[in-house]
Design a binder for this molecule. Structure first.
Ligand SMILES: Nc1nc2c(ncn2[C@@H]2O[C@H](COP(=O)(O)OP(=O)(O)OP(=O)(O)O)[C@@H](O)[C@H]2O)c(=O)[nH]1
Ligand SMILES: [Mg+2]
Length: 210
């Protein structure tokens, strides 16, 4: 369902990032409004209905495990995820520099894979989590913001532990982006359709005149 005319819309979201950055904490916070502390590391798929701008939206959220293999452009896993996804939430911890570097690499891999598959757009939201641990911060907010700017992504710093609202804003932000990308893909398809029918007319004229 596209939701462009006010219908319900389905969207698939992959949440990805290195171990321990708070992927599950963010998802559980979004789904239940709660922070429960420990989550295990089980791969899960959740379905959740939200209302954004008075429109109902069903989100399928994949709490994806991370492996070093994901950082290879030949990774079939990455291809599978990009194929399934309408959008990505890429999470790092503001206290873990290597998790930030991994997000930067993941963006490149997702973009390469998306281009390879011939997809027009892939909305991505970057999330710097564990904002409450600012005394242990090793990644500046500015760095996150710059990365997002250079990669045309959205950026938020949040604390899954302390705050529900900022987590809600992350998922709503992604839903907005997914909607925008669907509108522009539809427009592009419309333009392509016009170009196609015009070239068909000209091709016919050329053969008519032979
Ligand atoms: N202080 C603080 N701790 C957090 C926050 N978010 C998550 N944590 C803690 O960080 C640890 C890891 O959180 P998870 O949600 O399990 O992280 P994950 O990315 O799903 O980890 P894996 O599933 O193992 O890849 C847990 O002990 C959480 O309680 C946060 O915003 N602030
Ligand atoms: Mg987890």
């Amino acid at each position: 369902m596209t939701g462009l005319n006010g219908q319900r819309m389905d969207a698939n979201v992959v949440v990805l990032g290195t171990d321990n950055v708070g992927k599950s904490a963010l998802i559980v916070r979004f789904l239940t409004r709660r922070f429960i502390g420990e989550y295990g590391d089980i791969e899960s798929l959740y379905t959740h209905s939200v209302v954004v701008d008075r429109r109902e939206q069903t989100l399928n959220i994949w709490d994806a495990p991370y492996s070093q293999q994901d950082l290879s452009s030949e990774s079939l896993m990455c291809e599978k995820r990009v194929q399934w996804a309408d959008g990505f939430v890429l999470v790092y911890s503001i206290c873990d520099r290597s998790s930030f570097n991994a997000v930067s690499r993941l963006i490149q891999i997702i973009k390469i894979t998306k281009d390879f598959l011939g997809f027009e757009k892939m909305p991505i939201v970057i999330v710097g989590n564990k904002r409450d641990l600012h005394h242990r911060r090793t990644v500046l907010s500015e760095e996150g913001r710059l990365l997002a700017l250079s990669a045309d992504c959205q950026f938020y710093e949040v604390s899954a532990a302390e705050n529900y609202h900022s987590v809600l804003v992350v998922f709503h932000g992604l839903v907005d982006r997914i909607r925008e990308s669907r509108v522009s893909v539809k427009k592009l398809a419309g333009i392509k359709g016009i170009v196609k029918s015009m070239s068909a007319v000209f091709a016919r004229r050329r053969t008519d005149s032979l």
